[in-house]
Design a protein around this ligand. Structure first.
Ligand SMILES: Cc1ncc(COP(=O)(O)O)c(C=O)c1O
Length: 441
């Protein structure tokens, strides 16, 4: 009999129609037919839209494909994701559109699966960072409108037109290049103008916006679809930062009025990320605004809390299994650099994940994991593929036991706090591809 874990993984594979351990475009099109403890039978699924991206690869039939065992898993709770969707949808109301940012591989959770879930849940738009991310979603058969949230290289213009995405445009050069490439392909391309109202990163400066929209009138292959801006400190509740956020909104609102006066207002107008949506709800959902872009909120982390955000919960947990246990006598050094020495006889468990999986070496002697409902401290440095934890106070622990790296006992924010870092950076998007993504219903 296959173990429960293998059964669950195989069910996952069967349901999504593609194995999660592979980057191979052909393997991604597999339809799982049956599985045993170590192998599975699978064939190319002729119906899957993934085939759109693999037409140049010979379609083979795979049988008895060995499942690659993972030593750490990120479990993504799709039921909780749908709960988060519906809480936010209720708060947004039926009139505004919702864009779900799934850049950086869905903040590390896996963009394709999240994109599919968003499409099924009736969300309106997806947001990514660049052409490559958009193409991956299109190849996976996702048809929702996609906005590239950042500036793109003009050399990617043809690819962007082909991918049928909304391209962020902030310069006349990009507008003209897109118009020309779309013309060559006999297509139209939707564009959204990003305005820099105070982030100082990318986007047209406010006085460049009207000229850009006037230029669009002369570029017949462009469809002006939207205008948007991005907050720099909407998560902050300090008076100074709130004043700054209001100042950003004033600049943007003035521009919207000016565009309206000239009859140039595009269909979509938006400014709110998660914390902007929570903290400035009234301002960013009324007037000209008709779309919001909450990212981190959907992943389950309201950076600003309100009563309605209470039931929004993280969708990610990370786990591994004890691979060995040693009783080390007093005075033993542990790990590279001898950064930890046992003060008494200590029971040390080795876990098969390290910084190559996304666990920062800054957690050395600071991080904790959870097993048998108790916390256990990381002792010694974090290696590329292994960490060591002190389990002297957990006598029942044994090789093979499941260990929570991130989850209810050790939330992502707490892991990051111990490093003095931001959890989106050091936990979510840090998870490497060696950590298998498992999608749970
Ligand atoms: C333009 C834009 N909109 C929305 C978001 C989502 O932000 P958050 O995850 O804080 O909601 C991002 C993410 O950085 C972004 O770059």
């Amino acid at each position: 009999m296959p173990s429960n874990r293998v059964v669950r993984e195989a069910e996952n594979l069967r349901r999504v129609g593609c194995p999660f351990y592979t980057e191979d475009p052909v393997l991604k099109c597999l339809k799982i037919q049956s599985y045993t403890q170590r192998t599975m039978r699978a064939t190319i699924n002729p119906l899957t839209p993934h085939n759109a991206g693999v037409d140049r690869v010979p379609l083979r039939s795979y049988t008895r494909l060995t499942m690659r065992p993972a030593t750490a898993e990120a479990i993504i709770d799709l039921t909780q994701l749908r709960r988060n969707f519906s809480i936010v949808r209720q708060k947004v109301g039926p009139k505004l559109k919702i864009l779900f940012p799934i850049k950086a591989d869905g903040y590390g959770h896996g963009a394709v699966m999240l994109g599919r879930a968003a499409q099924q849940a009736g969300l309106d738009y997806l947001g990514v960072a660049n052409a490559g991310e958009a193409v991956e979603l299109r190849q996976a058969g996702i048809t929702l409108p996609i906005l590239i949230l950042s500036s793109s290289l003009a050399s990617h213009a043809a690819e962007l037109v082909r991918a049928e995405v909304d391209v962020t445009v902030s310069t006349p050069h990009m507008a003209q290049t897109l118009n020309a490439e779309a013309g060559k392909l006999g297509k139209k391309v939707r564009v959204q103008v990003k305005v820099d109202t105070g982030m100082g990163r990318n986007g047209a400066l406010p006085d460049q916006v009207l000229p850009l929209f006037r230029l669009f009138r002369q570029l017949p292959n462009l469809i002006p679809q939207g205008i948007f801006s991005h907050f720099a400190v909407s998560y902050s509740e300090s008076n100074e930062d709130q004043a700054y956020t209001h100042w950003q909104m004033e600049i943007f609102n003035q521009l919207l009025k000016d565009l309206d006066r000239e009859g140039l207002l595009p269909p979509l107008r938006h400014i709110a990320n998660s914390s902007g949506f929570i903290q400035y709800y009234d301002e960013v959902t009324t007037g000209f605004y008709n779309l919001v872009r909450p990212g981190i909120l959907f992943y389950g982390y309201p950076e600003v809390r309100r009563p309605w955000t209470q039931e929004i919960k993280p969708i990610l947990s990370v786990r591994t299994w004890i691979v060995s246990i040693n009783e080390l006598p007093t005075g033993s050094y542990i790990g590279y650099g001898r950064h930890y020495r046992t003060a008494t006889n200590q029971k040390i468990a080795t876990l098969p994940l390290g910084y190559a999986d996304g666990l920062s070496w800054l957690l050395a002697n600071k991080g904790e994991v959870a097993l048998h409902g108790k916390l256990a401290r990381l002792v010694g440095s974090v290696s590329m593929d292994q960490i060591t934890v002190d389990i002297s106070h957990i006598p029942e622990a044994k090789v093979g036991d499941e260990v929570e790296i991130v989850g209810p006992h050790m939330p992502a924010e707490e892991v990051a706090r111990r490093m003095g870092a931001n959890f989106t950076e050091v936990v979510l998007t840090a998870l490497s591809k060696r950590v298998a993504r498992v999608y749970a219903e």
